[in-house]
Write a protein that binds this ligand. Structure first.
Ligand SMILES: [Zn+2]
Length: 229
C-alpha cells in the first residue's frame, strides 16, 4: 500500500507541476500581448472607418452647399433691388461660413485618419514578433509537457505493478483512505512526525506506534491516516 501511495503521490505532484509549469504562464502572457495588439488594431480600424465616413459626409454636404451657392449667385446677377441683393449676399456669406466649418471638420477627420493609418502600419510591423513569441512559448510548453508525459508514463507503469501486488481488501482500504484524506491516505513516520499531517508524535505516541504488532499497520494518533513505520 505504501508503494502505491508513494507512486500516486508522485503522480499528484506531476499533475501539480503540469498546472504550474512556468511555460504555461509564458504562453498566456504571450497570447495576452497579442490579444492587446489585436484589440488596438480593431480600435484603429474603427477610427479609420469613422473618419472615412466623416470625410464622405463632409464632402456630400459641401457639394450641396456649392450647388446652393451657385444658384444664389446666378440669382444675384438678375436682382436689381439693392435690399434683395443685400439679402442674397448675406445668404451667400452664410453658406461660405458653413462651408468653412465643414472644411475644418474634414481636415480634422483626415488628420485622425492619417494618424490612425500610420499607427496601424506600426502595429502591423510589430505583429510578427508577437506571433513568434506565442509560437516559441507554445513550443516550449509542449516540450515541457512531453517531458512530464514521459515521467507520468513511467510512474504509471510502476503503479500497475504496485497495484497488482495488493489484495482486494487492501486495495479497497487504500482507495477509501486516499479519498478520505485528500490524496494521502498512507503516511510514513519521518523521525518523529507523520508525513500526512506533519505533526510530531509525543514520545508515548511514538512508543505505541512503534510497538504495533507485525502484520498490522499503525494509525497516526493525530490525523488517523495509516502510518507506516
Ligand atoms: Zn498524521
Amino acid at each position: 500500500m505504501l508503494a502505491l501511495q508513494l507512486l500516486d503521490s508522485q503522480l499528484d505532484a506531476l499533475e501539480g507541476r503540469r498546472r504550474r509549469l512556468p511555460e504555461r504562464a509564458a504562453v498566456e502572457a504571450a497570447a495576452a500581448a497579442h490579444a492587446t495588439h489585436a484589440a488596438e488594431r480593431t480600435r484603429l480600424e474603427a477610427v479609420i472607418a469613422e473618419a472615412g465616413a466623416a470625410i464622405e459626409s463632409a464632402e456630400r454636404a459641401g457639394v450641396e452647399l456649392d450647388t446652393k451657392r451657385a444658384r444664389l449667385e446666378a440669382q444675384l446677377k438678375t436682382v436689381i433691388a439693392p435690399r434683395e441683393a443685400e439679402a442674397l449676399m448675406s445668404e451667400i456669406n452664410g453658406l461660405a461660413a458653413k462651408h468653412g466649418e465643414l472644411d475644418d471638420g474634414e481636415l480634422e477627420a483626415m488628420e485622425r485618419q492619417a494618424d490612425a493609418e500610420s499607427a496601424l502600419a506600426a502595429l502591423a510591423d510589430a505583429e510578427p514578433a508577437l506571433l513568434d513569441a506565442v509560437a516559441t512559448a507554445t513550443a516550449a510548453l509542449q516540450a515541457a509537457e512531453a517531458e512530464l508525459d514521459a515521467e507520468v508514463a513511467d510512474v504509471r507503469a510502476r503503479r500497475v505493478d504496485a497495484d497488482a501486488a495488493l489484495g482486494d481488501a487492501e486495495r479497497a482500504t487504500y482507495t477509501s483512505l486516499r479519498q478520505r484524506y485528500g490524496g494521502v491516505g498512507i503516511a510514513q513516520l519521518d523521525r518523529r512526525s507523520c508525513t500526512g499531517c506533519h505533526v510530531d508524535l509525543s514520545p508515548m505516541e511514538l512508543d505505541q506506534v512503534k510497538s504495533t504488532p507485525a502484520g498490522e499497520i499503525a494509525e497516526c494518533p493525530n490525523c488517523s491516516r495509516l502510518l507506516v513505520v
